[in-house]
Design a protein around this ligand. Sequence first.
Ligand code: NAD
Length: 291
Amino acid sequence: MIILDGKKTSADIKNEIAIEVSKLKSEGKKTPHLAAILVGTDGASMTYVGAKVKACEFVGFESTLIELPEDTSEKKLLNEIEILNIDNEIDGFIVQLPLPKHIDEQKVLMAINPDKDVDGFHPTNVGRMTLDLPSFIPATPFGIMELLERYKIETSGANVVVIGRSHIVGRPMSILMSQKRPAGNATVTIAHSRTKNLAEITKQADIIIAALGIPEFLTGNMVKEGVTIVDVGITRVDDTTKKRGYRLAGDVDFESVSKKASYITPVPGGVGPMTIAMLLKNTLISCKRGH
Ligand code: NAD
C-alpha cells in the first residue's frame, strides 16, 4: 500500500510556484496577487483562510485578506466583490464559504468576475470546464487530478466511483475523470444519497473518490483488493484525548480500507493540502495570462 502524500506533493507544487514567482519578479513582471473575503468568524473558515494567506507568503505572492463582520449586508459584500473585480492589482480572489444565512451564496458567486474566479465556482468556468475549454478548475478536484497524475495512477479505462455529487467536489470530479485528459478517460459512476446498493458498486471500482462528509463511511468490506482511494472528507469528530477536543476524520475507514488498497490518501495530509496548492496555481495562471 502506497500513501498518496498530499502534504509532500503540495510542497513540491508550492516550491515550483515559488521558483516561477521569483522568475517573474526578476523579469520585472507583476507579482501574483490573491485576495480573500471572509465574512464572520467561523472557526474552520478562519483556519482555511489563514492557511491560504500563509501559503501566499511562502510562494512569494501578494495577498489581501478582507475580513467583514457576520452581519455584513449582501449589498455591502457585492460592493466589495465589485471593487476586487475591477482592481487591476488583483489576479484572483475567493469568497470563503459558507456565508452567513442572510446572504444568497449563488448571487455572490455569480458576481465574481469569471476571469478572477480562482475557485472556479462561477457558471462560466463550470461551463467551460465541462466543454473542455480552458477554465479555472475548482481547487479540490484540480488537486485530486494533480495527485493522481503525479503518482501515475492508471485512470484510462478504469472504473471510477465518485461518492457525492456536490458542486465543489463530486460533480466536477466526475466530469474531469471522464474527459480526455491526464488522469481522465475513466468510466465514471457518480453515487449519492439516493444510490441503492452502494457497496455492490464500490466493490467494482478501481478508483474511489469519497466526498460525502460522513466520517469513516467507506469500510474495507465495500472495496476490492488493489483499489485506489481518494478520501476528500474532513469532519471534526469529538475526541477528548486531543488537546483541542476533536480530531479530523475522513470519509474512509483508513484502518480497514488501507489493508486492501494499493494507493490511499490519508486524512489529514492527503487532499486538503493539495487544495491550497492548486488555488495558488490558479492564481499564477491568472496572473501570467494578464501579462
Ligand atoms: P456536500 O455536503 O455538499 O455533499 C455531500 C454529498 O454526499 C451529496 O451529494 C450527497 O448526495 C452525498 N451523500 C450523502 N450521504 C450519502 C450516502 N449515504 N451515500 C452516498 N452519497 C451520500 O459535500 P462536499 O461539500 O463535497 O464535502 C464532502 C466532504 O469533503 C466534507 O467532509 C467536506 O468537509 C470535505 N471537503 C474537503 C475539501 C478539501 O480540501 N479536502 C474540500 C471540500 C470539501
